[in-house]
Design a protein around this ligand. Structure first.
Ligand code: PMP
Length: 296
């Protein structure tokens, strides 16, 4: 996958520069220790023009992620959103995945940095897990313990855990991994939140041992607006195996249905599931094909 070419511009510390010419400090603390924070947003080509979905929420979370690890954040989020729209324009992108990253410079100490850099990049990217129903496994790799790490922050180093779990799942013939928390409950996927349907109700693990997805919040709001009962509850492996249907949510993946967990195939046809209705509603929402205010 090529993320940039000779013409691509990125936003770097207040300026638009060629991605080709932007270097990285090989003594950077972020590179060595994963001490950085990032976000993943999507811009959609709507009948109102290019629109970034929930931009404020994403930049607010970026700020909170930096705060959680003591990384200085000196930027004004409104200005960053303006610059992000400008970034899309200068790169001629109508729909894109957007990646802001906050990273520190030279520092080989294991102490919080007193200075940070910002870069924002964007590229065209289809749904992260494709368009078809996926197969997932329950990974042997656990989520990090929230007592050892701010797991609700989107911090670079944490994604080694995701890379290990997803790579292992793919190697075993699955598309994505579900990870358990420190107590053995199924928390979420490597980079998506998890929902199951059982007896016409939707269940999702509560905040605490999961990453607080913005798409997850949107799904909860959609459920309420459509009159589906949504219950936040810790889910055992047995709960997952006995579900009627299940799906994942995330900015990169959107809403994606799960066909199978380990060797258990869900009994309900995806098209008949509540998840499928939520998926349609979510698409309409991000494309501004219906009144956003009605739902949120
Ligand atoms: N979990 C993890 C670990 C993630 O990295 C992401 C994507 N950022 C999500 C869940 C989904 O979050 P969101 O809906 O905000 O994209």
């Amino acid at each position: 996958m090529q993320y940039y070419n000779q013409e691509t511009l990125i936003y770097l510390n207040g300026q638009f520069v060629k991605a080709n010419n932007a270097g990285v400090d090989l003594f950077g603390q972020s590179l060595h220790y994963g001490y950085g924070a990032f976000e993943g947003l999507r811009a959609y080509s709507t009948h109102n023009g290019t629109r970034i979905f929930k931009a404020e929420e994403h930049f607010e979370r970026l700020q909170q992620s930096c705060k959680a690890i003591g990384l200085p954040y000196s930027w004004d989020n409104r200005e960053l959103i303006e610059k992000t729209y400008e970034l899309l324009e200068v790169n001629n992108l109508r729909a894109a995945y957007i990646r802001p990253l906050i990273y520190s410079g030279s520092n080989m100490h294991l102490t919080a940095s007193d200075h940070a850099n910002i870069m924002i990049a964007a590229w065209e990217w289809g749904p992260y897990l494709g368009q078809n129903l996926i197969k997932v496994n329950i990974s042997k790799i656990e989520r990090p313990n929230p007592k050892s790490f701010p797991t609700s922050a989107k911090v670079s180093g944490q994604y080694i855990n995701s890379i290990l779990a997803t790579s292992d799942a793919i190697q075993k013939g699955f598309d994505e991994a579900l990870l358990t928390d420190q107590d053995g409950f199924v928390a979420q996927a490597s980079s998506e939140n998890l929902f199951i349907e059982k007896d016409f109700k939707i269940y999702t693990p509560p905040l605490g041992n999961i990453f607080p997805g913005i798409t997850r919040e949107t799904v909860i709001a959609i459920c309420k607006s459509l009159g589906f009962e949504i219950i936040e509850k810790r889910l055992s492996v047995k709960d997952i195996y006995e579900a009627d249907s299940a799906f994942l949510s995330g900015t990169a993946a959107g809403i994606i249905g799960i066909k199978q967990v380990d060797n258990v195939v869900f009994p309900e046809e995806w098209e008949d599931s509540i998840g499928s209705s939520i998926q349609r509603k979510y698409k309409n929402l991000v494309l501004e094909q219906e009144n956003y205010e009605v739902i949120i």
